[in-house]
Design a protein around this ligand. Structure first.
Ligand code: CA
Length: 364
């Protein structure tokens, strides 16, 4: 090419580029990010599964399709409880799940979903965002090659489904119950046999009699599971999951390689799901409970103070064991206890006191 021609072509190119920039927003070409996301929930499972799927879709929508998330429900790529290893190994980039499923790897994981006598949704958010919770989560997860962010919450869970009334802690003895996390350890202290089954396997085990009782989430989700066909007594309040936070766990090496803006987009999408999922549970639980009672003959029962006192004593023993596991477990526990005291103390004279008076005056 002659020099004159080169200059001419280069000039034309520059003009064309200039016109393009003037007529369109200045978008820098960014490469597509392919994300394989596994999950601990059955496909389209209300609340947990649909929330995870909504998050996956949101990442695509927020980036005009630049983040391409391929979502795999439990069993579609790996089994529910293999989600952690799939991400830690780098085979997949993300999982959506409840981190207390990993308590066998380290008991500290339980605190980042829910623990007995733990934090409500409001308290949990305060701890994670302002009480040192996220930093401890990063420390724990980082040791496993994972980075976790908040991505959903079920709020206070019900105590569970039982075939017989629970009038004292003696009634829990010998009971085979599906209850994961440290709540299961509390039940074991009281003579029950806890098992941890993924959501997709609970119904068959309850109906067949392989388990005597189960907890799952709350009225909206539990009605969908049809547990009332096998157990009529539905107890509240659950001591074991007062505000279960769901998480997106990401392969840490992959996360560290993302741009700051992509990290913020993922955090924003997760934070939004944390809010949206809680709103959905709160919007749907009440009417679902009313239908369970009126249409399915479900017997609503409240755990009495004696049973709750026994839960409290057993929990104290479980927490002593957790603290003895490692210095990190003890550090997480101490931070959580401080948040429960600080934030819970404020809740007592704000939300709790107000709700108690409002509901008394209006007879709600
Ligand atoms: Ca549960």
């Amino acid at each position: 090419m002659k020099r004159r021609e080169f200059i001419k072509k280069a000039g034309t190119g520059a003009v064309a580029t200039g016109a393009l920039v003037a007529g369109a927003p200045a978008v820098h070409a960014q490469k597509t990010i392919e994300i394989a996301m596994v999950s601990t929930w059955p496909r389209d499972f209300p609340g947990l599964g649909t929330g995870a799927q909504r998050f996956a879709k949101r990442l695509g929508d927020m980036t005009n399709g630049r983040m391409q998330v391929k979502y795999f429900a439990a069993g579609e790529r790996v089994k529910a409880f293999d989600s952690f290893d799939e991400v830690a190994s780098g085979n997949a980039q993300m999982y959506h799940g409840a981190d207390y499923y990993w308590k066998g790897k380290h008991p500290g994981w339980a605190y980042f979903t829910a623990v007995p006598f733990g934090l409500t949704y409001t308290e949990m958010n305060a701890w994670i965002r302002f009480g040192g919770g996220q930093e401890l989560w990063d420390e724990l997860a980082g040791g496993f090659g994972i980075k976790g962010i908040m991505c959903g919450n079920t709020g206070s869970q019900m105590g569970g489904w039982f075939r017989k009334e629970i009038n004292s802690s003696d009634d829990l003895k010998g009971l085979k119950m599906r209850i994961p996390g440290l709540g299961g350890d509390v039940m074991a202290k009281l003579g029950a046999s806890p098992v941890s089954l993924p959501g997709g396997q609970i119904y068959e085990n309850l109906v067949s009699g392989a388990i005597d009782a189960t907890e799952w989430v709350g009225p909206w989700n539990d009605a969908f599971m049809k547990f009332y066909e096998a157990a009529k007594y539905y107890y509240f309040p659950g001591m074991h999951e007062p505000g279960s936070m769901l998480a997106v766990g990401m392969n840490k090496k992959w996360w560290d390689g993302l741009s700051k803006s992509d990290q913020l987009i993922i955090e924003a999408a997760g934070g939004m799901e944390n809010d949206v999922m809680m709103a959905e549970y709160n919007a749907k639980n009440g009417s679902s409970l009313a239908r369970l009672v009126s249409e399915q003959g479900v017997q609503l029962r409240e755990f009495n103070d004696d049973v709750y006192d026994a839960f409290g004593e057993a929990s104290a023993e479980v927490f002593e064991e957790v603290k003895g596991h490692s210095s990190l477990a003890a550090k997480i526990h101490e931070s959580f206890v401080k948040a429960r005291k600080d934030v819970g103390g404020w809740m007592k004279i704000s939300d709790q006191a107000y709700l108690s008076q409002r509901n008394r005056v209006l007879e709600l």
